[in-house]
Design a protein around this ligand. Structure first.
Ligand SMILES: [Fe+2]
Length: 264
């Protein structure tokens, strides 16, 4: 067996073992090659073709799965967003509130340096934060302008937990469930449902709280005209440290640049 052909064959096989496929092996399948070299080279060439075909079909399969998965997530999310929009149909005051809170909370999340994936989770949780109100009795919506009775207050306070249960089944939403559950917690521990304090409240929930309060203040209600941007920011300042995260309140005004004016 001539040495150069064998050395060449070994070198090519070593390359293949490294995952570097090429047609070099075919040069050793010609009739001028010794029989043993030719037989090994042909078997190797055939094996490469089969491995490449299998890799190709696996890659295609993985791409199809990724696309189907993304599509499924999109549809599930669209369904929950439609439910959030349906809430607006039950309660005129919350019309558009979820979308605005999602947009504001995401802007604040970007402002404080969260990664794009985290910003997206905050945006989705902002849209869905009050989804638990969908199970409220008509009484709650009918009496929104008056001070709620203790009984109604108890019902109102169930909405973060109900909302968390609704989004729980969508496990791809990740921390969105926690953000929905904790959006009425307060840094001073006086919030609900768990009475968490300070940084025990997930950051996403603290971001949503700031956006939620701001949007509630600047939205027109039958009994009260929405406040101006400056007035609302003043109220937020007053809540810093008690009801709202002080650092987020400080960062919030810069997020408003470029957004439609308050009250709209
Ligand atoms: Fe809420």
């Amino acid at each position: 067996m001539p040495q150069p052909a064998l050395s060449r064959l070994i070198a090519i096989i070593e390359e293949i073992a490294q995952g570097n496929y090429s047609d070099d092996i075919m040069a050793l399948t010609g009739p001028e090659q010794p029989e043993e070299i030719r037989a090994i080279a042909e078997a190797m060439g055939l094996m490469m073709v089969k491995v490449e075909a299998r890799e190709f079909s696996l890659e295609n399969l993985a791409a199809e799965l990724r696309a189907a998965n993304a599509d499924l997530k999109q549809r599930a999310l669209a369904t929950v967003e439609a439910m959030a929009a349906a809430l607006g149909a039950r309660d005129a005051y919350t019309q558009g509130h979820g979308q605005r809170v999602g947009r504001l909370a995401a802007a604040l999340a970007r402002r404080v340096g969260l990664e794009p994936q985290e910003v997206e989770e905050v945006r989705v949780a902002g849209i869905l934060h009050d989804i638990g109100k969908i199970g409220f009795s008509d009484q709650v919506f009918a009496n929104e302008d008056t001070v709620p009775s203790p009984e109604l207050l108890r019902e109102i306070r169930t909405h973060p937990q109900l909302g968390a249960e609704i989004v729980e089944s969508l496990d791809f939403l990740g921390p969105v469930r926690e953000f929905v559950l904790c959006h009425h917690e307060r840094p001073d521990g006086q919030g609900y449902p768990q009475g968490l304090g300070g940084e025990d409240i997930p950051l996403g929930a603290r971001l949503i709280s700031v956006a939620d309060v701001y949007d509630a203040l600047t939205t027109d209600r039958p009994y009260q005209e929405g406040r101006s941007r400056a007035e609302a920011l003043e109220v937020l300042q007053g809540l810093a440290g008690g009801g709202l995260d002080p650092e987020l309140v400080r960062a919030f005004p810069q997020c408003l640049a470029g957004l439609p004016a308050a009250g709209g």
